[in-house]
Design a protein around this ligand. Sequence first.
Ligand code: PGA
Length: 246
Amino acid sequence: MRISICENYCEMSKEAAKLIASQINLKPDCVLGFATGSTPIGMYHELCEMYKKGEIDFSSVTSFNLDEYYPIKKSNPESYNYYMWDNLFSHVNINPQKIHIPDGETLDPDKECEDYENAIAHCGGIDLQILGIGRNGHIGFNEPNDSLDTKTHVTYLTESTLSANSRFFASIDEVPKKAITMGVSTILKSKKIVMLASGSSKHHVIKELLSEKVNTAVPATLLNIHRDVVVICDKEAYYGNDTEKC
Ligand code: PGA
C-alpha cells in the first residue's frame, strides 16, 4: 500500500483526478469504479475542469459505481445516481450506455446484485476503483461485521452510517435503511484501487488501515491484501489535526 499525504483537500482532489486522467489516457476504454460521498466531490470537479480543457476524453470509458441506497428513486437528490449525474456525468462526454449504478428502484434487488456482478466481469473487471472510507471503516456499504459478503449484495446500514449520512437528508428517518453494494471481493478484484480520505474524522480509521492488520470490524483493512492500493489523504486525515480548509 502506498500513501500520499497532501497539503489539503484541494491537493488530494487534484492528485486523484490526475491518476484517473492518466488511466484514461493510458487505456481510453478503461473500466472505472466510482465512489460517492462528500470526499470525491472535489476530484469530480477537477475531472470536469480537465475535460473542459480537452485533457480527457470519457467517450470510451465504462463506469461502475460502488453502491446505491435501497430503495431510492433515481430522481431523489440524495440518490447516488443523482449525485453522479450532478457531479460528473452531465458535464463530460461519457456514453450513458456505459454507465452502471446499482438500481435503487428495482423490484428484484437480489437479481440486480447478480446482474451487476456479472456485468463487471463481462467488462473484464475494474481497472481503477476509487474508494472513500466511512468513519466506521466501511468501503462501499460493506459495514463492520464478524464476516463480510464477497459479492455485490443487499445490506443494512449500521446506526453509525445512518447517523453519518443523515447530514444529507432532512432527518435520520429519511435515510434508506438498506443499500446495494459491491462486495469486498468485487472491490478487491479491481486492478488498482485509489482510496481518498479527508479530515480529522477519518484519522482513526486511516491509522487502522495503515496498521497493516486485517480486521472485518474495519472493512477497509481488507485492502491490505491487495497489491496495488494508493491512499491519497490530506494532512488532517493522516495526522488527525484540523487545519484550515481550502
Ligand atoms: P464521505 O463518505 O466521503 O461523505 O465521508 C465516505 C464513505 O462513507 O465511504
